[in-house]
Design a protein around this ligand. Structure first.
Ligand SMILES: [Zn+2]
Length: 77
């Protein structure tokens, strides 16, 4: 599933591939490097808020952690 996000700052569109129709997390514009916190529901962009560099990194770490938790741990042999 692909969704196009339009950067509120420079207006550049960017495609984001999603696993689910709902997404909430950090997003960085490839062109102006502006950071945003976005929320997608039902394949539609519901909210887009500017994010600070610090907050962006914090959220990314959180997302990575969530992704880790979603997968069952591999059994070590
Ligand atoms: Zn931009």
């Amino acid at each position: 599933m692909m969704i196009t996000i339009k950067c509120p700052k420079c207006g550049t569109g960017s495609s984001l591939s999603l696993i689910e129709s709902t997404y909430e997390g950090p997003y960085r514009c490839w062109k102006c490097r502006e950071l945003f916190s976005i929320k997608i529901e039902g394949n539609e962009l519901k909210s887009c808020e500017p994010l600070s560099e610090e907050e962006f990194e914090r959220r990314q770490q959180l997302e990575a952690l969530k992704a880790k938790l979603r997968k069952p741990p591999k059994a070590e042999t």
